[in-house]
Design a protein around this ligand. Structure first.
Ligand SMILES: CC(C)(COP(=O)(O)OP(=O)(O)OC[C@H]1O[C@@H](n2cnc3c(N)ncnc32)[C@H](O)[C@@H]1OP(=O)(O)O)[C@@H](O)C(=O)NCCC(=O)NCCS
Length: 198
């Protein structure tokens, strides 16, 4: 098996959706929990690839996509772009669920409808990222390589810091982020904010 890391190309978009779905339930396959398999990719992968392609890198095995890292250098600007060009159409398509619905899908749709608050840590850590690798390519060092490629690009853009938010239920990812030099900044209700100064 030959692994490679390269820049994103727009022909990669459907594979990015697939990988996001297969890792979208706290690092595991979200397929059984979603009526629309694209929902998770609409939120956590596609807009980055579309609006910030220079910060999207893919991992391939024998030319087939098996992972990615993607994000933004400016979380506030990225959120504005999504508010104007991405969320309005999706909010029409996925109406808010009933308050008592406690499914992964309902959780994602509520996230879509919630106007993102501008977190205090974006001043010092304006960039943020998402990384997802399929099980076949995990624990072989490619996660740390993807993080390195992403951070090199942020350094080229002279960005001063990067943050990410991880679910408290995803212990694998929490352990991984600590290994690749992220520090815990703040505990939220269901997640943890990790940061790295650049
Ligand atoms: C989390 C993830 C990105 C890690 O990538 P990876 O390629 O498996 O990790 P690597 O092989 O590069 O490991 C890098 C380091 O982290 C450590 N590490 C990775 N996973 C770990 C785990 N579950 N527990 C403890 N340490 C771990 C490795 O041992 C390695 O340390 P070393 O350099 O001292 O050997 C990947 O497993 C993944 O995509 N998981 C599913 C999706 C997901 O959860 N994404 C994050 C959402 S917030």
């Amino acid at each position: 098996m030959e692994f490679d890391i390269r820049s994103y190309h727009k022909t990669d978009l459907s594979s990015i959706y697939r990988i996001c779905l297969l890792t979208g339930f706290n690092g595991h396959d979200a397929t059984p929990y979603l009526k629309d398999p694209d929902l998770v990719g609409h939120l956590f992968a596609a807009p980055y690839a579309i609006f910030e392609p220079s910060l999207c890198f893919v991992l391939t095995i024998d030319f087939k996509l098996c992972g990615y890292v993607l994000g933004t250098s400016d979380s506030i600007m990225f959120n504005d772009t999504c508010e104007k060009n991405w969320y309005p159409e999706l909010r029409k398509r996925y109406p808010l669920p009933n308050e008592d619905e406690d499914t992964l899908e309902a959780h994602f749709i509520r996230y879509l409808h919630k106007k993102q608050t501008l977190f205090k840590w974006t001043d010092d850590y304006p960039a943020h990222l998402h990384i997802d690798i399929l099980p076949i390519a995990q624990k072989k060092g490619y996660g740390s390589k993807l993080i390195k490629v992403f951070i090199n690009q942020l350094n080229r853009f002279k960005i001063k810091g990067v943050h990410l938010i991880v679910s408290k239920k995803n212990q694998n990812a929490i352990d991984f982020y600590k290994k690749v030099c992220f520090q815990e900044l703040e505990e939220l209700e269901e997640s943890i904010v990790f940061v790295q100064k650049l």
